[in-house]
Design a protein. Sequence first.
Length: 296
Amino acid sequence: ELGWPESVPYLDRPPSPLEFYREWVSPNKPCIIRNAISHWPALKKWTSAYLREVIGPKVVSVAVTPNGYADAVFQDRFVMPEERQMPFMDFLDIVEKKVTSSNIFYVQKQCSNLTEEFPELVCDVQPDIPWMSEALGKKPDAVNFWLGESAAVTSLHKDHYENLYCVVSGEKYFLLHPPSDRPFIPYELYQPATYHVSEDGSFEIVDEKTAEKVPWIPLDPLNPDLELYPDEYAQAKPLQCTVKAGEMLYLPSLWFHHVQQSHGCIAVNYWYDMEYDIKYSYYQLLDCLTKTVKML
């Protein structure tokens, strides 16, 4: 009824700024765009050997978890990963299985880490996507670099960004929910905590005692507990799509998404701040009504 597609449509070329804004941004609809990054040198250059040569000894931030879930609900906590500083070539050794580890490693720091930690690679992609920047009248707030193991999973959540997610190598697997599914997606408040490695190498969960509780989604959409949430998630209608090397996903603001990947997948995404217009007001209303009904 709200016009959401049953599958994520494909565009065979990048749209004009006006076309993209009218057809996709304004109605808040996702799409996968082919041939939008085919001119990027990264598609051919970003081999393991090249990354070792260009970045190899540089110390970078790596998220480390015992189970692959960073920023996710675990043991009734919202648990964030250990942020480990390590040479990039040591991280690649783990991803390439040259070094074995029982833990899961993921370069995923979302603070414009491409420009802040990997500026050597920016020339192989773009500092922004020109037609998107023109459509929105702004530059991206952040450009992020992603590389990790297949066991690294991004739990179901939403962002206040218009997101262009570009896969350089491998594949990304997205499970999506439109904002209108908010009444069917459970939220709870959780004590924030962080994984810390003990002296024996095991992980412990340490509470961030001074931090406020974090609203997060406890449900795993791949294995939803419908006994715990019988009246909620069973009514939601997820979309699933695979974004392959050379393709770009437009993930609209406020869409819920859960992400998996092929092993060693490399991606770059551009976060453009959303407009806090009627779409945001609609979502806030839906969120408030959902919380009110839950209290009745």
